[in-house]
Design a protein around this ligand. Structure first.
Ligand code: LMR
Length: 449
């Protein structure tokens, strides 16, 4: 029945299949798919039709062995196609009157590392409408690896079982050239953790290779105005690698996530001042998402007053506060035994919301973005966390009226030097020559302490 388009001309809130039904459904569908189905494709009132639930035996491309492809042309091997999942593959008719009239055009959101812990929190926030609002349908395009494909099916099953009205499509796959097709948002969460005995340069290279491929894939198949948020560490340099490999997408559209650091800083300032954290604003994280990052207490405010007027213990601000934010990720790993996941997901949602809603008057948010044209004198051609404002159109501007003092300048320069060293270390991945790794010894990813 699912193999044929439902002919009844009424909106059917689709059938929800039990997980046990999914495998037989997928087997059944598979035998028909090339004859019967059109590719996943939609317009607002379109019939939604697709092929099959995933079958891991079909998928041959090994994401863990990513290599920069010679050319953006991809194999047409149908086995590597991203596949719609379970209930999201059903074909049904929507009668225009029955479709919520105010619903907007569907947004395609691609997520890498989709079977991981961070995604497991994030996907359900996205599907619930928390980020884009209650009138914005979404499609989730989930990228995993061959190893994680079964887990990814589990994630997709949970998304089915959640009956989110705004979640109109879910597809899963292991080939970024398929999964990133038409993506308007790309949340690049997947990255490899540093293995035992691995040098930091090795980690930069290993993860950098992934972001070369993903940059090329975005360049080839994503929306020309895709917004990219890189979360996989080392996220600033991964974002730089990604944007260098996606020359047809504006460099301005690439972000590395430092919103988690901003949220952490707001929380600690609120705690010290004895106020609720909604009273803390204008907090900038400068630089790298590493132990050189600079949480800016010079420009931050509490209840509209400069932080230094509210928190008189300036030694605490310069030493304990700063270090506690720089190292919080690592402390958390020691306690949890794994990286922050839920708070990272919350901060990704916050980062997205900051781009799709107008920034409150006088405030700003932190995001690591491309430095070309920045008004602060920070070296060009880096991805560096800076204060941003948005009109809510997905774009942003850097904030101009920022104060600096010697302490802030010196700290920013250290993070800048670290990012320049990371950049030299990945020159082979950005098309900027031969890599030379002279990374500062004393700086680390938050999770490396
Ligand atoms: C964090 O800040 O919590 C993470 O980036 C830490 C890590 O290295 O995974």
């Amino acid at each position: 029945m699912a193999a044929a388009e439902l002919s009844k001309p009424s909106y059917t809130k689709t059938r929800l299949f039990q997980s046990s039904q999914l495998s037989s459904l997928s087997t059944h569908l598979h035998s028909h798919r090339r004859l019967t189905f059109r590719p996943l494709h939609h317009t607002r009132n379109s019939r939604i039709c697709c092929s099959v639930a995933p079958n891991s035996s079909l998928i041959t491309r090994n994401f863990s062995q990513v290599q920069a492809p010679a050319a953006p042309e991809k194999t047409q091997d149908p086995k590597s196609k991203a596949e719609c999942f379970g209930v999201f593959c059903l074909t049904y008719d929507l009668i225009a009157e029955e479709e919520t009239k105010s619903w907007k055009k569907l947004i395609n959101i691609a997520v890498s590392g989709a079977a991981g812990m961070i995604s497991n929190h994030l996907l359900f926030k996205l599907a619930s409408g928390e980020v884009f609002g209650p009138d914005q349908p979404i499609a989730l395009k989930l990228l995993g690896s061959e190893r994680s494909l079964q887990a990814l099916e589990g994630v997709a099953m949970e998304l089915e079982d959640s009956l989110f009205p705004l979640l109109r499509e879910v597809s899963i796959g292991i080939d970024p050239y398929e999964v990133f097709q038409d993506a308007e948002w790309a949340l690049l969460i997947g990255a490899k953790p540093r293995g035992p005995g691995m040098e930091r340069a090795g980690l930069l290279d290993l993860n950098g290779q992934i972001f070369v491929e993903q940059g090329k894939a975005l360049n080839a198949v994503a929306s020309r105005n895709v917004k990219v948020i890189v979360v996989g560490n080392p996220c600033n340099t991964n974002a730089l690698i990604c944007l260098k490999n996606a020359p047809n997408i504006p460099a301005k559209n690439f972000h590395a996530l430092t919103r988690l650091d901003e949220n952490r800083a707001k929380c600690q300032l609120a705690l010290k001042a004895g106020v609720f954290y909604d009273k803390v604003s204008n907090v900038t994280i400068w630089g790298n998402h590493s132990t050189t990052q600079v949480p800016d207490f010079l420009n931050a405010t509490i209840n509209g007053l400069p932080v230094k007027e509210v928190i008189k213990d300036h030694k605490w601000l310069e030493e304990e506060f700063t270090e506690s934010i720089q190292k919080r990720g690592g402390v958390l790993i020691k306690k949890w035994g794994r990286s922050s996941a839920a708070s990272t997901a919350v901060s990704i949602a916050d980062a997205m919301k900051s781009l799709v809603t107008p920034t409150p008057e006088g405030d700003w948010f932190s995001s690591a973005v491309y430095t070309n044209g920045n008004p602060y004198g920070i070296a060009e051609d880096l991805v560096f966390s800076m204060p941003c404002r948005s009109k809510g159109d997905g774009d942003y501007e850097l904030v101009k009226d920022i104060q600096f003092d010697d302490y802030l300048r010196k700290r920013i320069a250290k993070s800048e030097a670290e990012l320049q060293a990371e950049k030299r270390c990945v020159a082979h991945l950005t098309g900027q020559g031969i890599a030379v790794c002279d990374l500062p010894e004393d700086t680390m990813l938050p999770g490396e302490m």
